[in-house]
Design a protein around this ligand. Structure first.
Ligand SMILES: [Zn+2]
Length: 282
């Protein structure tokens, strides 16, 4: 199994009610960062898990009905957090990114896809099919948090289904998650379906991120403290999930891992605390 290097980058943020992340949260707006994983694989080079926000998000939400998305979730993207700017700090340009793993197709995860001309994309087939079916259905897409204009024009020629990668058993301590897809065939990056939030949300289990196991769980939960406390989102927030019952099953499974396996870094896409703990160790 290969060791990979993983950096968790903050690429913009939106503001939303705290109680949307967890029952018992305040009814006041807090910041939800959009995080993405920058990963260096010893043979495949640099890749990303999601992209966070990008300038394309603002272009795609300039018109109605897409503008509703921006009105509901106001986004801030300071220049220093733009992904392209942050890549410079690693000596990289967007052309150096060979793969982008797409957790799911909500705008805050795919806004930067157009910026990576040499990337192939990996996503679960069910999610890709659902997204493709939204073409031309602007209201339906917008109300579901989807902005089809964010995809590169040749996206469907460049995307490969994670489901086609060999299936692997996960270590027993990741119970109740039992199998995943070995994305590069070397055990270094295992795509794990995390059903509920979207029709095919893809988590990423990294057995050895420079000596530490990491589980990137996208929007399967929004707050690490709430996950540890077994406090799922408040009812209105559950409505944004494609399949509520499956979302809650996934959430409970992750709660048991977060409580039991404290050596694993469980990293949701929008949790400030998880980001701080992982990047600054506090
Ligand atoms: Zn999200």
């Amino acid at each position: 199994m290969s060791t990979v290097e993983l950096h968790l980058l903050r690429v913009g943020a939106c503001r939303h009610l705290e109680c949307m992340a967890a029952r018992g949260g305040r009814w006041s707006a807090v910041e939800f960062p959009a995080l993405c994983g920058l990963i260096r694989h010893p043979k495949r080079g640099w890749l990303l898990y999601d992209t966070g926000y990008a300038g394309h998000f603002f272009t795609a939400t300039d018109t109605w009905p897409e503008r509703l998305y921006r009105a509901a979730l106001p986004v801030e993207l300071p220049e220093a957090e733009v992904l392209r700017t942050q890549l410079v700090g690693f000596g990289l340009t967007p052309a150096d990114i060979g793969t982008v793993i797409v957790s799911h197709y909500h705008g805050d995860h795919i806004a930067g896809l157009r910026d990576f001309p040499n990337a192939r994309f990996i996503a679960l087939q069910a999610d890709t099919n659902r997204f493709a079916a939204l073409a031309g259905k602007r209201w339906r897409a917008t109300l579901g948090g989807h902005l089809p204009d964010l995809l590169p024009n040749d996206y469907f020629h460049r995307v490969v289904a994670a489901d086609r990668a060999p299936k692997r058993n996960l270590p027993g301590w990741l119970h109740p998650f039992e199998t995943g897809h070995d994305l590069f065939g070397d055990g270094s990056l295992i795509g794990v379906p995390l059903p509920g939030h979207s029709h095919g949300q893809l988590g990423l289990f990294v057995p050895d991120a420079a000596g530490r196991p990491v589980f990137l769980v996208a929007d399967a939960c929004w707050s690490l403290p709430a996950l540890r406390d077994a406090r799922p989102p408040a009812f209105p927030a559950l409505l944004v999930n494609a399949e509520r019952r499956r979302y809650l099953d996934t959430f409970r499974g992750l709660t048991s891992i977060a409580r039991r396996e404290t050596a694993v870094a469980v990293l949701p896409s929008h949790c400030r605390i998880a980001w701080r703990e992982f990047t600054h160790g506090a």
